[in-house]
Design a binder for this molecule. Structure first.
Ligand SMILES: C[S@@+](CC[C@H](N)C(=O)[O-])C[C@H]1O[C@@H](n2cnc3c(N)ncnc32)[C@H](O)[C@@H]1O
Length: 453
């Protein structure tokens, strides 16, 4: 019995039935089952790969089983999906993939073991390219084809297409969808000013972020550098630096991180505030996440009050800034459609109906942030979603409400100045959209706004 496959199957079940997050549950199960390093790697590949590609595997299974997946018991379907992943996307030998999944079927659904054996054998008789062709042939529209072959819900395909079109990147949709299906390398940031190490001293520097790098043993490095080195996407680093480096910092400036949890960007703001003699306050709605913010900045020798509360009900006097803040980061709650490669089950859990409620919340948070800014102050509006309702839509609506009391800052020029190498950013420059397939980052959206009066 393969312990890695059992762990993967259990995690798939918990993701399905208990709304568990694979990236939180899997490490815990790996530890509890005392998996070897090799088995841990296999369990991770099987869990993440199967979750990401389950839409595609379901199409393959429907053809191979000649029945709708809705007619297959969910626990059995997970066994088949795990088998499909091994057969179509890994180097696991065919006999081992089929045999091990049948063993799991005997354990969790003995009545279905023959069915699992038959479906996986059928599946194994056709190669991966031919399966792609067969699945594509079933689709009635281009969006349905892209959704099936690249394993994304169709509404997300449409949203990403619209976002790419808006960013002058029509024609890049397949590349983006494919990038969402690849596990990102663990990316690190070294907090500036806390030690002498540079990214080049510690690993391979990122292309754009002056703080970012990759390394052979990233987690060991994080442990060895006591808070100075963290795991952080390069796009998130750029988003934080866009606000702190948009113009020189005047000593005594007051900064606010409005939606700070879990605190990755707060840590960068804190070190930049320390270097520029600015003051930083952080706010987060969810108490448990407030605690994560406190932990994230524990290694930075700056006193950063962290408030728990709704960012829409700010009392700026109570936050120590009766005249308002000079810079506010609004890293807004969003659908996260820009980080799908990182959260394997997220694409299946999000619903198109989530978008209107989030854009409403984003608009209310933008208004609260603008009210809390002093005239001349800067707002950095950031999402890890490229959905146009959450990006350009939110900004355009704020412009309507605020008229000439706000103006755009040339965000592209700021990002170009921050980036270590030339960066291909499209659009009119007032906003920046990063992309996994083009920049190797999450699809972060960044808009800098100045409050004029
Ligand atoms: C995208 S995350 C921020 C990520 C963070 N900046 C970082 O880099 O680690 C958005 C955060 O906003 C919080 N949030 C949601 N609604 C909020 C509200 N009304 N006021 C303040 N924070 C809120 C969420 O709990 C979440 O922690």
């Amino acid at each position: 019995m393969s312990p890695a496959r059992i762990v993967a199957h259990e995690v798939l079940g918990a993701v399905r039935d208990d709304e568990a997050y694979a990236n939180l549950l899997l490490p815990n199960r790996i530890e509890r089952s005392k998996l070897s390093e090799a088995d841990a790697a296999l369990a991770t590949e099987l869990t993440y790969g199967t979750l990401r590609l389950s839409g595609y595997y379901d199409a393959v299974i429907e053809i191979a089983a000649n029945r709708s997946v809705a007619q297959i018991d969910p626990a059995v379907l997970d066994i088949l999906r795990l088998g499909a992943h091994q057969l179509l996307a890994t180097r696991v030998p065919t006999h081992a993939a089929v045999h091990e999944q049948v063993v799991i079927a005997h354990r969790v659904a003995p009545q279905a073991a023959g069915f699992v054996n038959a479906v996986l054998r059928t599946l194994s008789r056709t190669d991966a390219d031919e399966w792609k062709t067969r699945v594509a042939a079933r689709a009635k529209t281009e969006d349905a084809r892209l959704a099936a072959v690249h394993s994304h819900p169709e509404w997300i395909v449409r949203a990403l297409r619209a976002a790419l079109d808006r960013d002058e990147r029509a024609g890049e949709l397949e590349a983006l969808l494919a990038a969402d299906n690849v596990s990102p390398r663990v990316n690190l940031a070294v907090l500036p000013g806390l030690g002498d190490e540079t990214p080049a001293d510690l690993g391979t520097p990122n292309t754009y972020s002056p703080l970012g790098f990759t390394a052979e043993r990233p987690i060991a490095l994080v442990g060895a550098h006591e808070g100075r080195v963290r795991v952080q996407d390069e796009g998130s680093q750029l988003a934080a630096l866009a606000l702190t480096r948009a113009k020189p910092v005047e000593p005594g400036e007051r900064w606010l991180d409005l939606c700070a949890g879990p605190g990755g960007k707060t840590a960068i703001l804190a070190t930049e505030a320390l270097a520029g003699d600015a003051v930083l306050v952080a706010n987060e709605l969810v108490p448990a996440r407030t605690e994560l913010v406190r932990r994230a900045i524990a290694g930075v020798p700056l006193d950063v009050p962290v408030r728990t509360g709704d960012g829409r009900d700010l009392e700026i006097a109570a936050l120590g800034s009766p005249d308002g803040f000079d810079r506010i980061l609004l890293d807004a709650p969003c659908t996260g459609l820009g980080a799908l490669r990182r959260r394997p089950e997220a694409r299946w859990r999000k619903q198109p109906t989530d978008v209107p409620a989030l854009s409403l919340l984003q608009g209310e948070l933008v208004d609260a942030a603008l009210r809390a800014l002093r005239p001349g102050g800067l707002l950095g509006y950031v999402t890890c979603s490229p959905h146009t309702a959450e990006t350009h839509g939110t900004i355009a609506a704020a412009r309507k409400r605020w008229g000439d009391r706000i103006e755009s800052v040339d965000t592209r020029a700021v990002i170009e100045a921050v980036a270590e190498h030339p960066i291909d950013v499209r659009g009119d420059g007032s906003t920046v959209q990063l992309w996994p397939h083009a920049h190797g980052t999450d699809a972060m959206f960044i808009a800098l706004l100045r409050k004029t009066s």
